[in-house]
Design a protein around this ligand. Structure first.
Ligand SMILES: *[C@@H]1O[C@H](CO)[C@@H](O)[C@H](O)[C@H]1NC(C)=O
Ligand SMILES: *[C@@H]1O[C@H](CO)[C@@H](O)[C@H](O)[C@H]1NC(C)=O
Ligand SMILES: *[C@@H]1O[C@H](CO)[C@@H](O)[C@H](O)[C@H]1NC(C)=O
Ligand SMILES: *[C@@H]1O[C@H](CO)[C@@H](O)[C@H](O)[C@H]1NC(C)=O
Length: 373
C-alpha cells in the first residue's frame, strides 16, 4: 500500500477543513438543544429568592409543569365511597400514571377503573359515551366470589381484571420483597398477650361462620384476647399495628375460604412482628406468597385442642418461638395502608403501574366464567 503522499494531503486540506467545521457546528447545535441535567432553569416564582428550601423544591415543580405524557387512569367510582389521596401511590414508588376521578377526562383516559360493587343492575351508571379505541376498562373487585353479585351484561365489556387473585391481569396483593443483604436477627416487639383476634364481639357466641366456630373450640383450651371490630374504631392506623404487635399469635381467620384469598388479616400480624395463625385456603396456597416458617396453619393440627397445646408450649420456649422470625433476615414485609379510607388505594395504584407498563390489547371474554366458577 502506498503511503498517502504529502502533496495529496495538502491538495485535500480545504475539503477536510470544511467537513470538520460542519461537524463541529452540528455538534454544538445538538449539544445546545439539551438543557444540562444539573442546571435546570429556576421556576418563575422562585426568581430573586435565595431561600435554599425554595430552590430545592424546584425540580419537582418543573416536572409538574412540563407534564410528561403519563397515561391518564380514571377511577370511575370511589370504591365503597372511600376517597383517598392519589399521592399515596408515591409511598409505593408508583408515579407512572396520572390518576384522576374527573370524569370529564374520560375521552383521553388510557384506562377506566370500574369498581364492580358500584355498578347498577341496569348498568346505567357505566360510561355512556363510546369507548375510545385505545382505552381499556378495568374490572375492579376485591371481594371473593361468594360476595360478588352477578350483574348481567358486563360479562365481556372489560379488558383487564384487577383482583387479589394471582391469575388476574393486575394482581393486587401486599407482597414480601427480598432484602439486598442478609439482615441481623429480628428484634421482637414487646409482648404481653399470647393469642389475639379482632372479631365482632357480639357474634362470638352465635355466628356459625367457620372462623367463629373454630374460635369457640380454641377458646375452650386457651385464652384468646378479643378486640372488638365493631366498637374498636381505634384499631386503625398505627394503633392497629401497635395493638397486635403485643400478641405472640394472632388469629388470621379469613371470613370466607377461596384460593388466593389471603387478606390484610394475615399481612397485619406478619408486618407487626406477630405470628399469624391462618384459617383460609390450604397451607400450600399461603406458601406461594409467604415463607412456610412464618406462620401457623390451623390444618397443621388435628383439632383446636392440639393447636392450643402447641401455642402454650411455644409460650414457654422462646428459642422455638423466635424461629418464626428467621425469614425476616431475608425478606422485607410492608405494613398495608390501614386507614379506613385507604382500603382500596393499594389496588388502584397497581392499576396505575400496570397501565404505564403495558399496552397489550385484550378482552375479558367471560368474566363470570373466570371468577364465579
Ligand atoms: C425559607 O422558606 C421557608 C419556607 O417558606 C421558611 O420556613 C424559612 O424560614 C426560609 N428561610 C430563610 C433563610 O429565609
Ligand atoms: C357486628 O355485630 C353487630 C351487632 O350484631 C352488627 O350490627 C354489625 O354489623 C357487625 N359488624 C361487622 C363489622 O360485622
Ligand atoms: C358468650 O358466652 C360466654 C361464655 O359462654 C359468656 O360468658 C358471654 O357472656 C357470652 N357473650 C354474649 C355476648 O352473649
Ligand atoms: C376492550 O374491550 C372491548 C369490549 O370487549 C373491545 O371492544 C375493545 O376492543 C378492547 N380494547 C382494548 C384496547 O383492548
Amino acid at each position: 500500500m502506498a503511503p498517502i503522499s504529502m502533496t495529496s494531503f495538502l491538495r485535500n486540506l480545504p475539503k477536510v477543513t470544511i467537513v470538520l467545521a460542519g461537524v463541529t457546528v452540528l455538534f454544538l447545535m445538538y449539544f445546545r438543544s439539551f438543557p444540562s441535567p444539573r442546571c435546570h432553569p429556576s421556576p418563575k416564582w422562585a426568581t430573586g429568592h435565595t431561600n435554599k428550601s425554595l430552590v430545592e423544591t424546584s425540580p419537582s415543580t418543573i416536572a409538574a409543569t412540563k407534564k410528561p405524557n403519563k397515561p391518564i387512569v380514571l377511577l370511575w367510582f370511589w370504591p365503597d365511597d372511600k376517597q383517598f389521596d392519589f399521592q399515596l401511590c408515591k409511598d409505593l414508588n408508583i408515579n407512572s400514571c396520572q390518576l384522576t376521578d374527573d370524569r370529564s377526562l374520560y375521552s383521553v383516559a388510557k384506562a377506566v377503573v370500574i369498581f364492580h360493587k358500584a355498578i347498577k343492575d341496569d348498568l346505567s351508571n357505566l360510561p355512556t359515551t363510546p369507548r375510545p379505541k385505545f382505552q381499556r376498562w378495568i374490572w375492579f373487585n376485591m371481594d371473593p366470589p361468594t360476595n360478588t353479585r352477578k350483574i348481567p351484561g358486563i360479562e365481556s365489556v372489560f379488558n383487564l381484571t384487577l383482583n387479589y387473585r394471582r391469575d388476574a391481569d393486575i394482581s393486587a396483593r401486599w407482597q414480601l420483597t427480598s432484602k439486598k443483604q442478609i439482615d441481623k436477627e429480628y428484634e421482637l416487639p414487646e409482648k404481653d398477650l399470647l393469642v389475639c383476634w379482632i372479631a365482632n364481639a357480639s357474634y362470638l357466641n352465635t355466628s356459625t361462620e367457620a372462623s367463629y366456630s373454630y374460635y369457640r373450640e380454641l377458646a375452650k383450651h386457651i385464652k384468646v384476647n378479643i378486640f372488638d371490630s365493631f366498637s374498636a374504631k381505634n384499631l386503625k392506623g398505627e394503633n392497629y399495628f401497635l395493638t397486635i404487635s403485643k400478641c405472640k399469635f394472632f388469629l388470621s381467620f379469613e371470613d370466607s375460604v377461596h384460593p388466593d384469598y389471603i387478606t390484610e388479616t394475615f399481612n397485619g400480624p406478619l408486618s407487626a412482628g406477630t405470628v399469624p395463625i391462618a384459617l383460609g385456603p390450604p397451607r400450600k396456597n399461603y406458601e406461594t406468597y409467604f415463607p412456610s416458617t412464618s406462620f401457623i396453619h390451623i390444618n397443621d393440627f388435628p383439632d383446636a385442642f392440639a393447636l392450643a397445646e402447641y401455642l402454650l408450649k411455644m409460650d414457654e420456649d422462646n428459642a422455638a418461638y423466635m424461629e418464626y422470625f428467621q425469614w425476616r433476615r431475608f425478606y422485607n414485609v410492608r405494613r398495608h395502608f390501614n386507614e379506613e379510607n385507604q382500603e382500596f388505594a393499594h389496588a388502584v395504584c397497581q392499576a396505575c403501574r400496570h397501565i404505564a407498563l403495558t399496552k397489550e390489547f385484550r378482552v375479558v371474554r367471560d368474566l363470570y366464567k373466570w371468577y364465579l366458577i
